[in-house]
Write a protein that binds this ligand. Structure first.
Ligand code: ASP
Length: 361
Protein backbone atom coordinates (compact mmCIF):
# COMPACT_ATOMS: atom_id res chain seq x y z
CA UNK A 1 0.00 0.00 0.00
CA UNK A 2 1.42 3.41 -0.91
CA UNK A 3 2.21 5.91 1.82
CA UNK A 4 -0.26 8.37 0.32
CA UNK A 5 -3.06 5.83 0.54
CA UNK A 6 -2.16 5.01 4.09
CA UNK A 7 -2.23 8.68 5.03
CA UNK A 8 -5.70 9.00 3.64
CA UNK A 9 -6.75 5.96 5.59
CA UNK A 10 -6.42 7.72 8.88
CA UNK A 11 -8.36 10.86 8.02
CA UNK A 12 -11.73 10.94 9.74
CA UNK A 13 -13.73 11.40 6.55
CA UNK A 14 -12.23 8.25 5.07
CA UNK A 15 -12.15 6.44 8.34
CA UNK A 16 -15.70 5.16 8.23
CA UNK A 17 -14.83 3.12 5.16
CA UNK A 18 -12.40 1.04 7.20
CA UNK A 19 -13.45 -2.12 8.95
CA UNK A 20 -13.52 -1.95 12.73
CA UNK A 21 -10.63 -4.38 12.95
CA UNK A 22 -8.48 -2.09 10.86
CA UNK A 23 -9.51 0.87 12.99
CA UNK A 24 -8.65 -0.88 16.21
CA UNK A 25 -5.30 -2.14 15.06
CA UNK A 26 -3.97 0.86 13.19
CA UNK A 27 -2.80 2.80 16.19
CA UNK A 28 -1.33 -0.05 18.17
CA UNK A 29 2.02 0.70 16.59
CA UNK A 30 4.99 2.60 17.93
CA UNK A 31 4.93 5.41 18.77
CA UNK A 32 1.49 5.10 20.30
CA UNK A 33 -0.41 8.08 18.94
CA UNK A 34 -3.77 9.04 20.47
CA UNK A 35 -5.83 10.39 17.58
CA UNK A 36 -9.42 9.20 17.58
CA UNK A 37 -11.78 7.41 19.94
CA UNK A 38 -12.07 4.42 17.60
CA UNK A 39 -8.55 3.31 18.37
CA UNK A 40 -9.39 2.25 21.93
CA UNK A 41 -10.58 -1.18 22.97
CA UNK A 42 -12.66 -1.69 26.09
CA UNK A 43 -9.77 -3.51 27.71
CA UNK A 44 -7.50 -0.51 27.14
CA UNK A 45 -10.11 1.83 28.61
CA UNK A 46 -10.40 -0.32 31.69
CA UNK A 47 -6.63 -0.44 32.11
CA UNK A 48 -6.39 3.34 31.74
CA UNK A 49 -9.17 3.91 34.28
CA UNK A 50 -7.55 1.56 36.78
CA UNK A 51 -4.20 3.30 36.26
CA UNK A 52 -5.80 6.75 36.69
CA UNK A 53 -7.19 5.63 40.05
CA UNK A 54 -3.80 4.33 41.18
CA UNK A 55 -2.09 7.59 40.17
CA UNK A 56 -4.80 9.59 41.96
CA UNK A 57 -4.36 7.62 45.17
CA UNK A 58 -0.55 7.62 45.05
CA UNK A 59 -0.53 11.39 44.49
CA UNK A 60 -2.34 11.98 47.79
CA UNK A 61 0.87 11.54 49.77
CA UNK A 62 4.06 13.53 49.47
CA UNK A 63 6.27 10.49 48.93
CA UNK A 64 3.81 9.25 46.33
CA UNK A 65 3.90 12.60 44.53
CA UNK A 66 7.69 12.50 44.58
CA UNK A 67 7.70 8.99 43.13
CA UNK A 68 5.27 9.95 40.34
CA UNK A 69 7.46 12.90 39.37
CA UNK A 70 10.36 10.58 38.61
CA UNK A 71 8.40 8.53 36.07
CA UNK A 72 8.86 10.77 33.03
CA UNK A 73 11.50 13.17 34.31
CA UNK A 74 13.66 12.37 31.26
CA UNK A 75 10.91 13.47 28.83
CA UNK A 76 9.61 16.76 27.44
CA UNK A 77 6.27 17.49 25.82
CA UNK A 78 5.17 20.28 23.51
CA UNK A 79 1.68 21.66 24.09
CA UNK A 80 0.71 23.01 20.68
CA UNK A 81 -2.70 24.64 21.06
CA UNK A 82 -3.71 26.46 17.89
CA UNK A 83 -7.29 26.93 19.17
CA UNK A 84 -8.67 28.50 22.35
CA UNK A 85 -8.36 26.28 25.40
CA UNK A 86 -8.01 26.72 29.11
CA UNK A 87 -9.18 23.50 30.79
CA UNK A 88 -7.77 21.01 28.30
CA UNK A 89 -4.49 22.91 28.16
CA UNK A 90 -4.17 23.16 31.95
CA UNK A 91 -5.34 19.62 32.51
CA UNK A 92 -2.71 18.17 30.14
CA UNK A 93 -0.10 20.47 31.61
CA UNK A 94 -1.00 19.37 35.14
CA UNK A 95 -0.96 15.70 34.05
CA UNK A 96 2.55 16.21 32.67
CA UNK A 97 3.66 17.89 35.90
CA UNK A 98 2.34 15.01 37.99
CA UNK A 99 4.64 12.69 35.99
CA UNK A 100 7.63 15.04 36.07
CA UNK A 101 7.47 15.67 32.34
CA UNK A 102 8.66 19.15 31.36
CA UNK A 103 6.36 21.08 29.00
CA UNK A 104 6.99 23.73 26.37
CA UNK A 105 4.12 25.47 24.67
CA UNK A 106 2.94 27.32 21.59
CA UNK A 107 -0.56 28.69 21.99
CA UNK A 108 -0.80 30.89 18.97
CA UNK A 109 0.46 29.74 15.59
CA UNK A 110 0.84 33.41 14.61
CA UNK A 111 3.92 33.52 16.84
CA UNK A 112 5.58 30.69 14.89
CA UNK A 113 7.30 30.72 11.50
CA UNK A 114 3.99 29.82 9.86
CA UNK A 115 3.68 33.60 9.33
CA UNK A 116 6.90 33.43 7.26
CA UNK A 117 5.25 30.96 4.93
CA UNK A 118 6.38 27.74 6.62
CA UNK A 119 3.93 24.85 6.24
CA UNK A 120 2.26 23.70 9.47
CA UNK A 121 3.90 20.29 8.94
CA UNK A 122 7.38 21.84 8.85
CA UNK A 123 6.60 23.95 11.90
CA UNK A 124 5.53 20.90 13.86
CA UNK A 125 8.45 18.83 12.65
CA UNK A 126 10.70 21.60 13.97
CA UNK A 127 8.95 21.56 17.35
CA UNK A 128 9.26 17.81 17.47
CA UNK A 129 13.05 18.12 17.53
CA UNK A 130 12.94 19.55 21.03
CA UNK A 131 10.46 17.21 22.67
CA UNK A 132 9.38 13.59 23.12
CA UNK A 133 5.62 14.07 22.63
CA UNK A 134 3.28 16.58 21.01
CA UNK A 135 -0.05 17.31 22.66
CA UNK A 136 -2.05 19.15 20.07
CA UNK A 137 -5.30 21.06 19.61
CA UNK A 138 -6.05 22.22 16.11
CA UNK A 139 -9.06 23.76 14.35
CA UNK A 140 -8.70 21.51 11.32
CA UNK A 141 -10.30 18.08 11.64
CA UNK A 142 -7.89 15.34 10.58
CA UNK A 143 -4.81 17.52 11.10
CA UNK A 144 -3.54 15.48 14.07
CA UNK A 145 -3.72 12.35 11.95
CA UNK A 146 -1.74 14.09 9.21
CA UNK A 147 0.94 15.18 11.66
CA UNK A 148 1.10 11.75 13.30
CA UNK A 149 1.53 10.13 9.92
CA UNK A 150 4.22 12.62 8.94
CA UNK A 151 6.17 12.12 12.19
CA UNK A 152 5.84 8.34 12.03
CA UNK A 153 7.70 8.52 8.75
CA UNK A 154 10.67 10.51 10.04
CA UNK A 155 13.76 9.11 11.69
CA UNK A 156 12.60 10.57 15.01
CA UNK A 157 8.98 9.54 15.38
CA UNK A 158 7.33 10.86 18.53
CA UNK A 159 3.77 10.32 19.76
CA UNK A 160 1.01 12.80 18.97
CA UNK A 161 -1.88 13.22 21.36
CA UNK A 162 -5.04 14.80 19.99
CA UNK A 163 -6.39 17.34 22.50
CA UNK A 164 -9.30 18.33 20.26
CA UNK A 165 -9.43 18.48 16.48
CA UNK A 166 -11.89 20.61 14.57
CA UNK A 167 -15.50 19.64 15.14
CA UNK A 168 -14.72 15.95 14.83
CA UNK A 169 -12.80 14.34 17.67
CA UNK A 170 -11.74 14.84 21.27
CA UNK A 171 -10.48 11.43 22.37
CA UNK A 172 -8.89 12.47 25.69
CA UNK A 173 -12.13 14.18 26.77
CA UNK A 174 -14.00 10.99 25.90
CA UNK A 175 -11.50 9.01 27.97
CA UNK A 176 -12.04 11.22 31.02
CA UNK A 177 -15.79 11.00 30.48
CA UNK A 178 -15.56 7.21 30.53
CA UNK A 179 -13.48 7.46 33.72
CA UNK A 180 -16.13 9.71 35.27
CA UNK A 181 -18.95 7.34 34.28
CA UNK A 182 -17.01 4.33 35.53
CA UNK A 183 -16.39 6.02 38.90
CA UNK A 184 -19.98 7.21 39.18
CA UNK A 185 -21.41 3.76 38.51
CA UNK A 186 -18.75 1.81 40.40
CA UNK A 187 -21.30 0.44 42.89
CA UNK A 188 -24.09 0.20 40.33
CA UNK A 189 -22.66 -2.44 38.02
CA UNK A 190 -20.42 -0.11 35.99
CA UNK A 191 -21.24 1.44 32.60
CA UNK A 192 -22.86 -1.72 31.16
CA UNK A 193 -26.64 -1.48 30.90
CA UNK A 194 -26.80 2.27 31.50
CA UNK A 195 -28.68 4.93 29.50
CA UNK A 196 -26.78 8.02 28.46
CA UNK A 197 -28.49 11.12 27.03
CA UNK A 198 -26.44 13.55 24.97
CA UNK A 199 -28.10 16.95 24.88
CA UNK A 200 -27.46 20.14 22.89
CA UNK A 201 -25.30 20.77 19.84
CA UNK A 202 -24.50 17.19 18.87
CA UNK A 203 -23.71 17.99 15.27
CA UNK A 204 -20.57 19.94 16.08
CA UNK A 205 -19.79 18.68 19.56
CA UNK A 206 -16.57 16.75 19.14
CA UNK A 207 -16.69 15.39 22.68
CA UNK A 208 -20.07 13.78 21.94
CA UNK A 209 -18.81 12.27 18.70
CA UNK A 210 -15.87 10.64 20.48
CA UNK A 211 -17.76 9.52 23.58
CA UNK A 212 -20.71 8.03 21.66
CA UNK A 213 -18.27 5.63 20.06
CA UNK A 214 -16.55 4.66 23.31
CA UNK A 215 -19.93 3.85 24.85
CA UNK A 216 -20.53 1.36 22.06
CA UNK A 217 -17.73 -0.75 23.56
CA UNK A 218 -19.90 -1.47 26.62
CA UNK A 219 -22.74 -3.98 26.85
CA UNK A 220 -26.41 -2.92 26.58
CA UNK A 221 -25.79 0.80 26.74
CA UNK A 222 -28.68 2.86 25.40
CA UNK A 223 -27.93 6.29 23.99
CA UNK A 224 -30.39 9.16 23.49
CA UNK A 225 -29.36 11.97 21.15
CA UNK A 226 -31.48 14.94 22.26
CA UNK A 227 -31.10 18.00 20.04
CA UNK A 228 -32.93 20.52 17.89
CA UNK A 229 -33.20 18.94 14.47
CA UNK A 230 -30.66 21.33 12.91
CA UNK A 231 -28.05 20.24 15.49
CA UNK A 232 -28.74 16.52 15.63
CA UNK A 233 -25.82 14.04 15.64
CA UNK A 234 -24.08 13.44 12.30
CA UNK A 235 -24.96 10.53 10.01
CA UNK A 236 -21.31 9.45 10.00
CA UNK A 237 -21.46 8.74 13.74
CA UNK A 238 -24.77 6.90 13.39
CA UNK A 239 -23.34 4.74 10.64
CA UNK A 240 -20.52 3.67 12.94
CA UNK A 241 -22.98 2.91 15.74
CA UNK A 242 -25.22 0.99 13.34
CA UNK A 243 -22.24 -1.10 12.25
CA UNK A 244 -21.84 -2.39 15.80
CA UNK A 245 -25.58 -2.63 16.51
CA UNK A 246 -25.73 0.03 19.19
CA UNK A 247 -29.13 0.89 20.64
CA UNK A 248 -29.82 4.62 20.18
CA UNK A 249 -32.71 7.03 19.71
CA UNK A 250 -32.64 10.56 18.28
CA UNK A 251 -35.28 12.90 19.68
CA UNK A 252 -36.13 16.53 20.44
CA UNK A 253 -38.11 15.67 23.55
CA UNK A 254 -35.74 16.21 26.47
CA UNK A 255 -38.46 16.03 29.14
CA UNK A 256 -39.40 12.49 28.23
CA UNK A 257 -35.76 11.35 28.27
CA UNK A 258 -34.83 12.94 31.62
CA UNK A 259 -36.35 10.28 33.92
CA UNK A 260 -34.88 7.44 31.85
CA UNK A 261 -31.25 8.59 31.79
CA UNK A 262 -28.52 7.33 34.10
CA UNK A 263 -26.27 10.07 32.75
CA UNK A 264 -27.11 13.38 31.12
CA UNK A 265 -24.28 14.75 28.99
CA UNK A 266 -25.09 18.42 28.41
CA UNK A 267 -23.29 20.50 25.76
CA UNK A 268 -23.22 24.12 24.66
CA UNK A 269 -24.04 25.50 21.21
CA UNK A 270 -20.80 25.39 19.23
CA UNK A 271 -21.42 28.64 17.37
CA UNK A 272 -17.76 29.14 16.51
CA UNK A 273 -18.52 26.78 13.60
CA UNK A 274 -21.45 28.88 12.30
CA UNK A 275 -21.01 30.19 8.77
CA UNK A 276 -23.27 33.15 9.42
CA UNK A 277 -24.60 33.25 12.97
CA UNK A 278 -27.29 30.68 12.13
CA UNK A 279 -27.30 29.08 15.62
CA UNK A 280 -28.78 32.27 17.04
CA UNK A 281 -32.01 31.50 15.19
CA UNK A 282 -32.41 28.09 16.85
CA UNK A 283 -34.51 27.88 20.00
CA UNK A 284 -32.42 25.89 22.47
CA UNK A 285 -34.35 26.69 25.66
CA UNK A 286 -35.80 23.17 25.82
CA UNK A 287 -32.30 21.64 25.81
CA UNK A 288 -31.30 22.91 29.22
CA UNK A 289 -31.67 21.79 32.81
CA UNK A 290 -32.45 23.65 36.01
CA UNK A 291 -33.59 23.04 39.59
CA UNK A 292 -37.17 22.34 38.55
CA UNK A 293 -36.07 19.28 36.63
CA UNK A 294 -34.20 17.66 39.49
CA UNK A 295 -37.25 15.83 40.85
CA UNK A 296 -37.81 13.90 37.67
CA UNK A 297 -34.23 12.67 37.37
CA UNK A 298 -33.19 9.30 38.76
CA UNK A 299 -31.68 9.61 42.21
CA UNK A 300 -28.54 7.92 40.97
CA UNK A 301 -28.29 9.93 37.74
CA UNK A 302 -25.20 11.99 36.98
CA UNK A 303 -25.15 15.31 35.14
CA UNK A 304 -22.04 15.85 33.04
CA UNK A 305 -20.74 18.60 30.77
CA UNK A 306 -17.36 18.92 29.00
CA UNK A 307 -17.52 22.67 29.82
CA UNK A 308 -17.51 25.59 29.20
CA UNK A 309 -21.23 25.91 29.85
CA UNK A 310 -23.58 28.65 28.89
CA UNK A 311 -27.25 28.45 29.82
CA UNK A 312 -27.76 24.72 29.35
CA UNK A 313 -27.06 23.99 33.02
CA UNK A 314 -28.45 26.46 35.51
CA UNK A 315 -25.98 27.30 38.29
CA UNK A 316 -28.68 26.56 40.86
CA UNK A 317 -28.01 22.83 40.47
CA UNK A 318 -24.24 23.05 40.91
CA UNK A 319 -24.42 21.77 44.48
CA UNK A 320 -26.77 18.88 43.78
CA UNK A 321 -25.03 15.56 44.47
CA UNK A 322 -25.76 14.50 40.87
CA UNK A 323 -23.88 17.45 39.33
CA UNK A 324 -20.69 15.76 38.19
CA UNK A 325 -19.14 18.37 35.90
CA UNK A 326 -16.60 19.78 38.35
CA UNK A 327 -15.39 16.35 39.42
CA UNK A 328 -15.35 15.39 35.74
CA UNK A 329 -12.74 18.09 35.16
CA UNK A 330 -10.49 16.87 37.93
CA UNK A 331 -10.87 13.31 36.64
CA UNK A 332 -9.44 14.63 33.38
CA UNK A 333 -6.09 15.29 34.97
CA UNK A 334 -5.80 11.72 36.30
CA UNK A 335 -7.07 10.10 33.10
CA UNK A 336 -4.63 12.13 31.00
CA UNK A 337 -1.74 11.28 33.33
CA UNK A 338 -2.62 7.59 32.86
CA UNK A 339 -2.74 7.99 29.09
CA UNK A 340 0.56 9.87 28.87
CA UNK A 341 2.33 7.36 31.10
CA UNK A 342 0.98 4.46 29.04
CA UNK A 343 2.05 6.19 25.83
CA UNK A 344 5.62 5.96 27.12
CA UNK A 345 5.08 2.36 28.27
CA UNK A 346 5.96 3.04 31.92
CA UNK A 347 2.65 2.11 33.55
CA UNK A 348 4.07 -1.00 35.24
CA UNK A 349 6.18 1.17 37.52
CA UNK A 350 2.95 2.59 38.97
CA UNK A 351 1.37 -0.85 39.18
CA UNK A 352 4.37 -2.14 41.15
CA UNK A 353 4.51 0.89 43.45
CA UNK A 354 0.80 0.57 44.12
CA UNK A 355 1.05 -3.15 44.94
CA UNK A 356 3.99 -2.52 47.31
CA UNK A 357 2.62 0.58 49.08
CA UNK A 358 -1.16 0.03 48.98
CA UNK A 359 -2.19 3.71 49.19
CA UNK A 360 -5.51 4.47 50.86
CA UNK A 361 -8.60 4.87 48.71
N1 ASP B 1 -14.18 21.89 25.83
C1 ASP B 1 -14.85 21.05 24.88
C2 ASP B 1 -14.13 21.09 23.53
O1 ASP B 1 -13.03 21.58 23.45
C3 ASP B 1 -16.29 21.38 24.75
C4 ASP B 1 -16.64 22.74 24.24
O2 ASP B 1 -15.77 23.55 23.90
O3 ASP B 1 -17.84 22.99 24.20
O4 ASP B 1 -14.66 20.57 22.57
Amino acid sequence: MSEEKNLNKILWQDFKALSLTEKGSYFQGSPAHTLIAQQFSREQLEELCALATKIRRIAKRREGGNFLRTLLSDKRAMLYFAQPSSRTYLSHNAACQILGLVTLDVRDSKTSSEVKGETPEDTIRTFSSYVDMIIMRHPVGGFCERVAWMLSNTNRPIPVLNAGSGADQHPTQALLDIYTLARSFEDLGGIDGKSVAFVGDLLRGRTVRSLAWLLSLYTDVKVYFVAPKQLQIGEDVLELLDAVGMDYEATQDFTSVMPKADALYMTRIQDEWDADGESATIDTAAFSINKEHLDILKETAVIMHPLPRRKEISTDIDNDSRAMYWRQMRNGMWARAALILTTFGRQDEVNEYYADNKPEA
